[in-house]
Write a protein that binds this ligand. Structure first.
Ligand code: HEC
Ligand code: HEC
Ligand code: HEC
Ligand code: HEC
Ligand code: HEC
Ligand code: HEC
Ligand code: HEC
Length: 363
């Protein structure tokens, strides 16, 4: 039934006239009604939204919308807003304030480009990029347990219904094969590909079986989600990848320049990887020397997503590691890898070449 209703609701084309729309509404109401007894979506549940369909739809509606009583995200903010108009209801979650944070999905700026009949990933490079609430939420179907219920995703060239726990399929609609991807942005599906030499375990379990820093219950068989890292910096505020005061919409601090080490500086990583373990050199025997004594950020050596060629999420950041000699990484099983590179840190260049390693003694 749930499946059928999704098809019907999605199959209904953008109603052209008020009459057709009302008929469609009546038909869909019956279907949604039948579905209610099974999943009880929040917005069509009168005990949660006493306005019913009229909470969002009205008569002919605003042009360019599916008969909505206000333009795109404004409808959501009539209840999920910072201040609520007299006579309207206030949802628990104030999403408007979250979308006004410094780093955010550009919903306020770009949702006007969303079309109900659009096909994502975008195939034309000239179409403006956008993110609207409706891209990530099917309000006729969402529930408190599953805010993404009924949403479609994209993986390995195919548009598909989101599978349970596979939130990344939603993100790939706009962050993988989109022809209009910004030049500063990369294809995330390539980075998290389980065929890569290393990757954070989003699409499937990771390649490394020895990750001693993991904080329980996480272990090397665990999988994580994009929103474990990207989301609200306010732990008590609405969950989700909406807005944050941290750059790249990260939910915790992650400094990427030369910095004094502290629990806060790399809070993002330390939320899953034990700081004592990392600085105790349990794996890489020179973590502490680099991170604490030389003030080198994790990002100088690690990529947070995945690396096609290197194990251990090693991708050197060009801001620190120069091209001559060509940086290379040879891992070892005892935490004593060999890297040939030139590192620029603390205003000087340090060269790791053969003579450097001959003069060096491991602990
Ligand atoms: C919380 C707001 C909200 C409520 C309540 C709501 N809708 Fe909608 N509805 C939307 C939005 C937003 C869209 C446009 C979706 C898009 O742009 O992709 C939509 C689109 C539609 C469409 C066009 C087809 C589609 O799915 O794109 C129909 C038909 C429809 N709604 C019927 C209903 C009926 C019937 C009810 C009451 C049972 C209802 N809606 C309640 C927000 C709502
Ligand atoms: C008529 C009031 C109303 C409107 C309009 C409305 N919502 Fe909601 N929404 C609620 C209430 C009430 C909840 C329950 C949780 C809460 O209070 O925050 C909720 C919860 C949600 C949730 C959490 C999952 C769930 O289903 O419980 C999502 C996601 C959501 N709304 C998205 C939207 C989007 C997107 C729009 C605009 C298209 C929208 N809402 C418009 C009242 C509304
Ligand atoms: C409908 C399209 C769409 C979907 C779906 C989508 N995004 Fe985005 N996202 C955007 C747009 C547009 C931007 C603004 C920058 C750009 O154009 O890439 C953005 C920006 C971001 C940024 C900030 C990038 C920066 O440079 O600061 C992050 C992080 C992000 N998205 C993560 C996600 C995650 C995680 C998901 C899945 C839960 C997701 N996005 C789903 C469209 C989308
Ligand atoms: C382990 C934490 C972590 C996970 C999991 C994660 N990210 Fe990120 N992401 C980061 C960090 C840190 C940055 C900023 C540094 C960088 O870009 O290398 C970032 C940057 C980004 C950016 C901005 C840079 C760009 O290329 O546009 C986008 C978009 C993004 N991530 C999307 C995603 C998506 C989509 C997923 C899931 C498929 C995801 N991230 C999973 C930590 C994470
Ligand atoms: C890029 C995708 C994306 C966009 C755009 C987006 N959301 Fe969400 N939203 C999510 C995800 C993913 C979650 C689930 C987070 C979780 O459960 O950890 C979520 C959760 C929510 C929740 C539940 C929060 C809670 O703490 O229970 C509400 C309410 C909500 N979204 C409303 C909105 C509204 C309103 C808009 C537009 C103004 C919007 N979202 C735009 C992805 C998105
Ligand atoms: C939400 C939890 C989570 C966060 C946040 C997180 N990680 Fe991880 N990380 C994991 C898990 C789970 C694994 C185990 C994957 C495996 O077994 O290959 C892992 C593995 C790793 C590995 C080893 C990968 C390999 O293939 O050898 C490195 C390096 C790493 N993380 C670095 C980081 C850095 C740097 C950050 C901060 C940007 C970070 N992690 C943030 C969960 C997380
Ligand atoms: C100078 C380069 C460098 C820096 C800076 C660095 N790492 Fe690493 N890291 C490595 C190397 C090399 C390995 C692989 C060690 C091995 O297994 O031989 C590694 C392994 C790891 C692992 C997987 C093994 C484990 O201990 O669980 C994690 C997690 C990790 N690093 C997290 C971090 C975090 C978090 C930071 C910043 C606070 C950081 N690293 C800074 C080079 C670096």
């Amino acid at each position: 039934m749930k499946f059928l209703t999704t098809r019907i609701v999605r199959g209904v084309k953008y109603a052209g006239s008020g009459l057709v729309f009302l008929l469609v509404m009546a038909a869909v109401s019956v279907c949604l009604g039948a579905q209610l007894s099974i999943v009880n979506p929040t917005h069509t549940d009168r005990s949660k939204n006493p306005y019913g369909c009229a909470g969002c739809h009205k008569g002919h509606g605003k042009t360019g919308t599916a008969m909505l009583d206000s333009s795109k995200n404004d409808i959501c903010f009539t209840c999920h807003g910072f201040s609520i108009a007299a006579g309207k209801m206030k949802a628990r979650t104030d999403m408007e304030s979250v979308f006004r944070k410094r780093y955010r999905h550009p919903v306020l700026e770009t949702s006007q480009y969303h079309r109900p009949d659009e096909q994502l990933p975008e195939k034309s490079p000239s179409v403006p990029r956008h993110a609207a609430c409706q891209d990530c939420h099917m309000v006729h179907m969402s529930t408190p347990e599953d805010p993404l219920a009924g949403v479609q995703g994209y993986v390995r060239g195919a548009v598909r219904d989101l599978e349970p726990g596979k939130e990344y399929m939603l993100c790939y609609k706009c962050h993988s094969d989109s022809a209009n991807l910004p030049t500063t942005s990369t294809n995330k599906a390539l980075e998290f590909d389980t065929g890569n030499a290393s990757y954070h375990p989003v699409e499937g379990r990771g390649r490394n079986h020895l990750v001693p820093s993991l904080i329980g219950p996480l272990n090397s068989a665990s999988t994580i989600t994009c929103t474990d890292c990207h989301g609200n910096d306010d732990k008590y505020g609405p969950k989700g990848p909406h807005g944050s005061n941290y750059e790249f919409l990260l939910n915790a601090e992650y400094l990427q320049t030369e910095s004094a080490e502290s629990p806060k500086a790399y809070e993002l990583c330390y939320s899953c990887h034990d700081r004592q373990s990392i600085l105790g050199d349990v794996s890489f025997q020179k973590h502490k020397e680099h991170i604490v004594y030389n003030r080198i950020p994790c990002a100088a050596c690690h990529t947070p997503h995945g690396s096609r060629r290197n194990p251990n999420l090693i991708e050197f950041d060009a801001a620190f590691v120069g091209i001559a000699p060509l940086p290379s990484y040879a891992p070892s099983s005892d935490g004593r890898p060999v890297c040939f590179l030139r590192c620029h840190i603390g205003g000087r260049d340090v060269v790791h070449d053969n003579s450097f390693y001959q003069s060096k003694r491991w602990p």
